[in-house]
Design a protein around this ligand. Structure first.
Ligand code: SF4
Length: 317
């Protein structure tokens, strides 16, 4: 269900408390809500004010695993986003700061195939030579390869791809409308050798579902083959709406995992011992495949970014 809306401003300044942990201060979300329907989605809170979608608006053909959640089903399309964005990019006091496109939605979700808003947004970024970061789970981004390559010749462009599992069946269950994992690697291959900085986001790692050393190694070895500039990983964080939704999802699809999860997640973050063991495995894999975990270095190189802006915790993304 799409609802077309008009916005007054396009860019959202990130809360000060989050700014010290993120390598950018501005978000641009061209949609509200996200059809990818990831059952661990951290951004569900952003739709809390919307009412639950009416039951009869769901089709019998809806993919399994999608909870009847407004965030996944009611997509607000900001049809005047380009107009609002140009006002901000063209303002005298705008300092060409890095913009994170898609902080609480995927800019290349299925709606984008219909609305094509990114093809209005990217020419503006080119016009104003504005640095951007885009992370996605959709190979629809390849439609805009020409614009992204052009922008990367002018300024810093970071394309990050999120992959949680190489198991296609599990991915369909976890992330119903995102591209299959192999297609996501085709994005990284397409940007290889261009001026674009590429990254792999292996997050969230889901205990007892995607945390096997084999899965982690498969993903990181493929990222290394694609010559990504960095790889980041983070364990699932469970709080608020996400916690409830994800535990309901487990109950439905992996009931035997519910108790182990409740034990591991007595708090919002996973148990410390579990995390220490997992990060031990991850560190040795990063070393084995000569992967860097530093996403700031390429940004600093291209933008002479202030040194005090350090990335310390990206695991909630
Ligand atoms: S792609 Fe990102 S924003 Fe969209 S549903 Fe998945 S986790 Fe949420």
């Amino acid at each position: 269900m799409f609802e077309e809306i008009k916005v007054k401003t396009a860019l959202n300044r990130i809360k000060e408390s989050s700014r010290i942990t993120l390598p950018f201060h501005w978000d641009l979300n061209i949609y509200r809500g996200c059809e990818h329907g990831c059952n661990y989605c951290y951004a569900m809170y952003s739709h809390r004010y919307l009412e639950k979608v009416e039951k009869d608006s769901f089709l019998a053909t809806d993919p399994p695993g999608i909870e009847k959640c407004a965030f996944f089903q009611k997509i607000c399309v900001k049809t005047n986003i380009a107009e609002a964005l140009e006002k901000q990019l063209g303002a005298k006091n705008w300092k060409k700061e890095v913009i994170n496109i898609g902080g609480i939605c995927d800019s290349y979700q299925p709606a984008e195939a219909e609305y094509g808003l990114m093809r209005q947004v990217l020419p503006l970024m080119i016009k104003y030579r504005n640095p951007v970061i885009i992370s996605t789970k959709s190979d629809l981004i390849l439609r805009d390869l020409d614009l992204l390559k052009e922008l990367a010749e002018l300024t810093y462009v970071n394309v990050a791809v999120t992959v949680t599992t190489m198991d296609k069946k599990l991915s369909t269950l976890l992330e119903p409308l995102a591209s299959p994992p192999e297609n996501r690697f085709s994005i990284l291959r397409a940007f290889k050798g261009t001026a674009t900085v590429t990254g792999l986001h292996m997050m969230p790692i889901l205990p007892f579902l995607t945390d096997s050393p084999q899965n982690l190694e498969q993903i990181l070895s493929l990222a290394a083959k694609c010559e990504v500039d960095y790889a980041l990983s983070g364990v699932l964080y469970l709080r608020g709406d996400t916690r409830k939704h994800f535990l309901d999802f487990l109950e439905l699809n992996f009931p035997e995992r519910v108790d182990p999860y409740r034990k591991l997640y007595a708090k919002r973050g996973a148990d410390r011992t579990y995390k220490a063991e997992l990060y031990g495995i991850l560190n040795s894999l990063m070393e084995k495949y000569h992967l860097s975990g530093d996403c700031m270095k390429p940004m600093q190189a291209k933008l002479s970014y202030p040194k005090q802006l350090k990335l310390t915790d990206f695991s909630k993304k």
